[in-house]
Design a protein around this ligand. Structure first.
Ligand code: GLU
Length: 368
């Protein structure tokens, strides 16, 4: 079962799960959901929660109606509501001793490789520290042009960046049906989707107009990102108590299956960038270390060719100028010129500031 086999799981919860139409916070639901998360953590899973609700909770606090809000006002409302949201999480999750952190992302953080890699490292470090990151869009800063606007697509990018095995979109429906289940009694829940063909797109579009919600389109967009990232994605009903346990027990949801393996997807993502910006020539010792799956350190670098920035795609050549690997540089070419051939503990002194020690992290490198 996909969820059981997943190590890193992203769960997206929408505002309607946290706060009902009468603007009452669904405290009982959240405390039950917290048990779900505790169960995952006890099973050694890494969990990221993508939660909406900043605007809804901000509206509640300020006694405003969400529908009449203009963008600039909604940004202020989100700023008020985001701490309400985190307070709600902290209060509830502390009862189970679950440590939480907050990450607010903008579109650029996930679309620009360098920022995306930074975000990945932050997630990894939070997992190591035993924290569950709660992610939302940075609604107080994002403007319409640079906004996701919906947390379905944001969650799929978070899943891609964090190399998650599985993304669960908790919604108010069981999943995608062959027809509108409220109208047709013979409508069937589609359990597995491998290809998002025109048929599926049509069913999803229809479910928008018939249910009167805009939700399915962005979920299909999210599924497309997951499919090319090697990540399983489920649309599942979050309204019930213990929705994650329910997926484990009943699996009554729609699963979108990935088209490529996670490793292939990541490698492709690394080497799919435009032409490499430069080269690093490394010594035999470094080649040996890379063969063992180690990161590239400054000590093994003999020469730097080209001008590049942090996060740029570069080639790694052996001493005979044979290309050995490609990867994303954690340093600029100027920085590497200063630290090449040196032990990592000298970097701080040579550059005058603290940085990472790997010039190319093993996760950002692909052997050619
Ligand atoms: N980021 C928005 C909020 O927290 C919600 C976006 C969505 O509903 O998908 O209020």
């Amino acid at each position: 079962m996909y969820l059981k086999n997943s190590k890193t799981i992203v769960i997206k919860i929408g505002s309607s799960l946290l706060i009902n139409k009468k603007k009452t916070i669904r405290k009982k639901w959240l405390s039950e959901f917290c048990k779900d998360i505790k169960g995952l953590l006890d099973n050694k899973k890494n969990v990221i929660i993508v939660s909406s609700g900043a605007i809804a909770l901000g509206c509640k606090k300020l006694n405003l109606n969400k529908k009449n809000l203009k963008l600039d006002k909604s940004q202020a409302v989100a700023s008020v509501g985001q701490i309400e949201l985190m307070n709600l999480f902290i209060k509830t999750f502390s009862s189970k001793k679950i440590n939480l952190s907050q990450i607010l992302l903008t579109l650029e953080d996930t679309e620009q490789r360098r920022r995306a890699i930074n975000a990945k490292r932050t997630f990894e470090n939070l997992f190591k520290l035993g924290f569950v990151p709660i992610v939302n869009e940075n609604d107080s800063i994002a403007t319409t042009e640079i906004k996701y606007g919906d947390n379905d697509r944001l969650a799929s990018r978070v899943a891609q960046i964090s190399s998650a095995d599985c993304l669960i979109l908790l919604s108010d429906v069981n999943g995608l049906y062959t027809k509108n289940p409220k109208v047709y009694s013979d409508a069937k829940l589609i359990r597995h989707i491998k290809n998002i063909n025109s048929n599926i797109e049509e069913v999803a579009t229809k479910s928008i107009s018939e249910h009167g919600t805009g939700g399915m389109k962005t979920k299909i967009d999210a599924a497309k990102v997951c499919q090319i990232s090697g990540c399983f994605m489920a649309i599942a009903n979050g309204l019930s108590i213990r929705p994650i346990k329910k997926i484990f027990d009943k699996n009554n949801c729609t699963w979108f299956l990935p088209k490529v393996s996670k490793l292939d997807a990541r490698k492709k993502w690394i080497i799919s960038s435009i032409a490499p910006k430069g080269e690093l020539i490394i010594d035999d010792g470094a080649v040996k270390a890379l063969k063992k799956g180690k990161s590239l350190l400054a000590a093994g670098i003999k020469k730097v060719n080209g001008k590049f920035n942090k996060g740029d795609h570069i080639k790694v050549m052996d001493i005979n100028m044979q290309e050995y690997a490609r990867g994303l540089s954690s340093f600029t070419s100027d920085e590497i010129s200063k630290i090449k051939g040196q032990h990592s503990n000298k970097i701080r002194e040579l550059l005058g500031y603290i940085t990472k020690s790997e010039v190319i992290h093993k996760d950002d490198m692909v052997e050619v």
